[in-house]
Design a protein around this ligand. Structure first.
Ligand code: ZN
Length: 507
């Protein structure tokens, strides 16, 4: 005989499954829009996606959902549910509470303002003129501040925004880690620049390296990594991303530059890391919001691990360089050392997305410090370009010539996203911390990678990080897997070891 709680859990899960089916469908429509949709499909596609968003929002905030959550969250009921149902009630309840706390007028204002902001940002960037973007950015910041007030927070309004991307992490926890990271990275960069050595990179950019050969090579590496092509695809898109509908349907995209032999492969490995996280989630969690990566930071740790700790390692290339040379004979005379040094060249530059492993996080520090000050109200919008230039000079030793090379380069603020940037650095920090544990627990790991056996790492990640999906939070996963909370030391040690060797410098 079924108890009333069991019936209520079933009805709750059925509703959650339907809501999730809609968001999975939205994801596929979004993927199609970026890949194969005919040009004229755009305007109606936007309406189709908006209709689905409205339906799922209505289901999510329905009296039926409110009643399910009310009865399942009662003391004495929740604790008796199985672990998965408890996690589901917690996760859905978190989203429900958020939507309850968010005034509908505020949401509408955000949608309208960001649509306008995006257009203004595109124009301002083309004109290299931050002034043009200022009024709408001011509005976006005030909307974000109102959102933070509506959601509530402890010490900093920025915490409330961070919560959307990295739940559980606060400014208080981030600041000391980031401060230490900055203190370690700036001298490392100086030492590299003073080493007097600049790796040769011209052979990476000659070619042409035909598109189909590059795609076939990327696909082979993804297969070797353990990406399952029976449960996923790789297609071309203007901006690489990964998305999908379930652990059995993961869509990766990449872009190919025929005069760059490394970028498509590198971005494929990056997106492959994201995609394998999604494929690795326990299939029992499908059709629920638990069937995805637990946070953006942990997600990025997976992509960064494959892109950098594996894909820019000497071990990896000792196996793959001969294969790459067989595909692209113009690389025939390049030695392993030359290739390894070329793909790890360090050079301060203005554009974040083109930055190397050493300078990348300094770009994030610039953005984090500025956006936190804007949200906390300690910096005014018209002070941004000057603050940007000063921080770039202090951390990277270069000053942007104009706003397009400076504060206008990233799309995030025009989307209304504040609190997103730190997750990129968190991804790098987590990746090194996880990889350190992976090596300790698999002493043959680097040797396996050097022999093209990438499945040792994949299996370890599946078991330790992927399988739980969103049933565990980022902080719980990091503590469980590595035995300690987030610790920037592993990333700094990794960089010093690698770049100390390449540039022959001492800490
Ligand atoms: Zn990523």
């Amino acid at each position: 005989m079924q108890t009333s709680t069991a019936i209520s859990v079933q009805a709750f899960q059925a509703l959650v499954n339907e809501i999730h089916d809609i968001s999975a469908t939205q994801a596929i429509l979004g993927w199609d829009l970026e890949t194969y949709m005919p040009e004229q499909g755009g305007p109606l596609r936007a309406k189709q996606m908006a209709t689905l968003a409205k339906i799922s929002h209505n289901m999510m905030t329905s009296p039926e959902m409110a009643e399910h959550l009310r009865s399942l969250r009662q003391p004495g009921v929740l604790e008796k549910l199985d672990t998965m149902s408890q996690a589901l009630v917690r996760e859905v309840g978190r989203n429900f509470d958020k939507s309850q706390k968010t005034p509908i007028e505020l949401l509408q204002e955000i949608v309208e303002t960001t649509a306008e902001a995006h257009k203004t940002w595109v124009e301002a960037r083309a004109n290299k003129n931050f002034k043009q973007f200022e009024p709408v950015l001011r509005k976006i910041i005030s909307l974000n501040q109102r959102m933070a007030e509506a959601q509530g927070y402890g010490d900093s309004p920025y915490d409330a925004l961070l919560y959307d991307y990295e739940p559980g992490l606060t400014v208080k926890q981030l600041d000391p880690q980031f401060k230490q990271l900055k203190a370690d990275l700036v001298p490392l960069l100086k030492a590299i620049q003073n080493s007097g050595y600049t790796p040769q990179t011209d052979f990476l950019h000659q070619g042409p390296f035909p598109q189909n050969d590059q795609l076939a090579f990327s696909e082979q590496v993804l297969k070797d990594m353990g990406f399952d092509f029976a449960a996923g695809r790789l297609d071309l898109a203007p901006h690489p991303f990964s998305s999908g509908a379930s652990s059995m349907d993961v869509r990766l995209t990449t872009r190919v530059d025929v005069h760059d032999v490394f970028s498509a492969l590198s971005s494929s490995m990056h997106e492959g890391g994201h995609g394998m996280y999604e494929q690795g989630v326990n299939a029992a969690l499908n059709r629920t919001p638990l069937a995805e990566g637990t946070s953006l930071g942990i997600h990025e740790s997976q992509s960064r691990m494959w892109e950098n700790l594996v894909g820019r390692s000497k071990a990896f290339w000792s196996h793959y360089l001969p294969k790459l040379q067989a595909t692209f004979p113009s690389l025939k005379s390049v030695t392993l050392e030359q290739f390894y040094h070329a793909i790890n060249r360090v050079q301060p530059s203005f554009i974040r997305v083109e930055a190397d492993e050493v300078t990348y996080n300094l770009h994030i520090m610039v953005r984090y410090e500025i956006e936190k000050a804007l949200i906390e109200g300690t910096m005014k919008v018209d002070e941004v370009p000057e603050a940007w230039a000063a921080k770039m000079q202090e951390y990277l030793g270069i000053t942007p010539a104009n706003d397009a090379e400076g504060a206008l380069q990233d799309i995030h603020w025009s989307h209304g996203s504040f609190g997103y940037f730190p997750t990129y650095t968190l991804g790098n920090l987590y990746s090194a911390q996880f990889f350190n544990t992976a090596k300790q627990q698999n002493p043959a790991l680097e040797n396996d990678i050097a022999h093209g056996n990438l499945l040792t790492l994949k299996s370890w990640l599946n078991k330790e990080i992927h399988a739980v999906g969103k049933m565990e939070s980022a902080t719980t996963i990091v503590q469980r897997v590595t035995g300690e909370p987030l610790n920037a030391r592993y990333f700094v040690d990794y960089l010093w070891q690698k770049y100390g060797d390449i540039f022959n410098i001492q800490r």
